[in-house]
Design a protein around this ligand. Structure first.
Ligand code: FES
Length: 132
């Protein structure tokens, strides 16, 4: 009898060979997936089913893996810990724009360009005619 922990809830998966999608579904947790189907071979290419996985040690501690894994490709075994509820970290705050700063404006390439410089509309080199 194998017990898998799905979002802090123990789920008995018996002696069946299940992947993490199937094991989580036994506990009522649906892991979104796209490229996996139970009747097909596992390709694990869409990465839609990525979950956090760890292992519950005999002393009760949980050691989580440092990266997410595809649930369709990872077999469930006794003591496997699956976390699907953790939210992604907040996106970084936007950096304030320095466009209004006078220091930035004076060092910008367009500010140092002489007033006489402009885009050339005529070619600088003419093509030489081909000699026969
Ligand atoms: S369902 Fe596509 S990688 Fe798992």
């Amino acid at each position: 009898m194998a017990i898998v922990i799905v979002n802090n809830q123990p789920v008995d998966i018996g002696n069946e060979r299940l992947n993490l999608i199937q094991a989580a579904l036994r506990g009522g947790v649906f892991i979104p997936h796209y490229c996996w189907h139970p009747a097909l071979t596992v390709v694990a290419s869409c990465r839609m089913c990525l979950v956090e996985v760890g292992e519950k040690k005999p002393d009760g501690t949980v050691a989580m893996q440092p990266k997410v894994v595809p649930a369709c490709q990872t077999p469930a075994k006794d003591g496997t810990v699956i976390v699907t509820t953790r939210r992604a970290p907040a996106p970084p705050r936007p950096v304030p724009s320095k466009a209004s700063s006078s220091t930035t404006r004076s060092t910008a390439p367009s500010a140092t360009r002489p007033a006489s410089a402009s885009c050339r509309t005529t070619p600088t080199a003419t093509a030489t005619p081909r000699r026969a």
